[in-house]
Design a protein around this ligand. Structure first.
Ligand code: NAD
Length: 441
């Protein structure tokens, strides 16, 4: 394991070392892969406290949330992979047309080589190491580039990971644009990027030069549709829990609510109650509530507070990067808060007359990473499933689909391309090779 900052001249040497290791063939046997995953497991369990401290320093995450959404989350993904890896790697027999018999055919999962993982700051541990679980399980070596905007977690990964995984297997390269640009000049066999779409385009353009496949895990505005028949107290509680987790800095957080018919007024009241239930009368004093990652994002978010009517929240303090869980009502679709992903603890509620209007609203915009709906109507569920496109669709439970390792996690259109978690990570980080074998008789 290598920790690098500048000079970037070292980067080609690091990639060459990882490539040389892959070329030995050592990374291919199941035993090697399980060994790496066991080492990663030891890192996460033995160093859990150090990671919790780093996540608190970067994002004000309390220890329980840091464990649940980062360390425990990654362990869950890892354990699911270890339990199923042998079965996933088994060659899959394929049917052979009569004409070619007695030939046999199968599909085998070939590792790709050296993988580059570029992680963002909002779940800085999980989003660096959960893709690494897949990359190693699929038999690759990897470079991990943590986010410079979560410097404590980046430093912890760079410091601690090399104690558990070999320098020829995983290299951690810390840094910002200069270091990532230098990395992207290298030839990788797959690039796995999580972050915003503007950088996603830079990554894809760089990958194109080497014809390197990419996975882009991006974001966008994930809507929540609420129908009048839904239990508004339950609905508000679940929306608030998903929205204000990590102070709204979650890629699959509900971005805004489309409240159908007369549900808006009742929902607003229940959302205010849910915020109090979650974080008390003074959320700034609640250990369960996080902080905005930096001043730039804090200023971007507070500039959005002028839109609509404030139902709850609005309070903020730049010194501690605190922004209260905020619900805005009567927000026009043209308001600045409705133009880009909010990625913070501000929840606009927009009233729409009916389901047709809600579906039209969603379809006029970029395909979201997730679409949520609270409804008792099976017909509404069917219409949303058939008439909209999104990375994921969840009824009655925002955010949680990403913690279900048998589900693919990824976006569509502007919210990304490709998918991972569980067996989908093996598909992402390997090549499905067609093998035919006909006896010479
Ligand atoms: P970020 O600023 O940490 O950037 C992500 C990575 O890109 C970092 O490692 C950074 O160093 C690198 N980077 C930044 N500028 C670059 C450049 N010019 N060239 C090369 N590399 C560069 O994180 P972010 O982009 O602010 O992340 C937030 C976005 O990520 C949101 O849109 C969110 O929805 C999305 N996101 C998506 C997922 C997902 O799984 N789909 C998860 C988390 C976040």
């Amino acid at each position: 394991m290598t920790r690098l900052t500048l000079p970037n001249e070292d980067i080609p040497a690091v990639v060459a070392r990882l490539r040389a290791e892959f070329a030995t063939g050592r990374t291919k046997p199941l035993a090697w892969r399980l060994e790496q995953l066991a080492a990663l497991r030891a890192l996460l369990t033995e160093q859990a406290e150090a990671f919790q401290q780093a996540l608190h320093a970067d994002l004000g995450k309390n220890a329980a949330e840091a464990y649940r959404t980062e360390i425990g989350f990654t362990l869950n993904e890892l354990d699911h992979t270890v339990a199923h890896l042998e079965e996933w790697l088994r060659p899959k027999p394929a049917a052979v047309p009569e004409f070619f018999r007695p030939a046999q055919a199968r599909v085998v999962r070939d590792p790709l080589g050296v993988v580059l993982i570029i992680a963002p700051w909002n779940y800085p541990l999980q989003l660096a190491l959960a893709p690494l679980v897949g990359a190693l399980a699929a038999g690759n070596t990897a470079v991990v580039k943590p986010s410079e905007l979560a410097p404590a977690t980046s430093a912890a990964i760079a410091e601690l990971l090399p104690r558990y995984l070999g320098a020829d297997t995983v290299a951690v390269v810390e840094g910002a644009v200069a270091e990532t640009t230098a990395l992207l000049e290298q030839r990788f066999d797959h690039i796995f990027y999580t972050g915003n779409g503007a950088v996603g385009r830079i990554v894809m353009a760089a990958a194109a030069k080497h014809l390197t496949p990419v996975t882009l895990e991006l974001g966008g505005k994930s809507p929540v549709v609420v129908e009048p028949g839904a239990d508004l107290a339950v609905t508000a509680r679940r929306i608030a829990r998903g929205k204000f987790l990590n102070a709204g800095q979650t890629c699959v957080a509900p971005d805004y609510v489309l409240a159908i018919g007369d549900s808006a007024a009742g929902l607003e009241k229940e959302l205010a109650a849910a915020v109090t239930e979650l974080f008390g009368e003074e959320p700034s004093a609640s250990p369960a509530y996080g902080r905005i990652v930096n001043e730039r994002h804090f200023d971007r978010l507070t500039a959005l507070l002028g839109d609509g009517r404030t139902v709850t929240g609005g309070g903020h303090d730049r010194g501690t990067r605190y922004l209260a869980p905020t619900v805005l009502a009567d927000v026009p679709a043209t308001a600045p808060v409705m133009q880009a992903e909010i990625f913070g603890p501000i929840l606009p509620v927009l009233a729409v007359p009916d389901l047709d209007a809600a579906i039209a609203f969603i379809n006029e915009r970029d395909k979201p990473l997730a679409l949520y709906a609270f409804t008792e109507s099976e017909d509404t569920k069917r219409r949303l499933a058939e008439e909209t496109s999104s990375g994921a669709l969840s009824f009655g439970l925002p955010v949680s689909h990403l913690a279900m390792p048998e589900l693919p996690f990824g976006g569509v259109g502007e919210s990304g391309m490709g998918r991972y978690h569980g067996e989908y990570s093996i598909e992402t980080f390997s090549h499905a090779k067609a093998v035919v074998d006909k006896p010479l008789v």
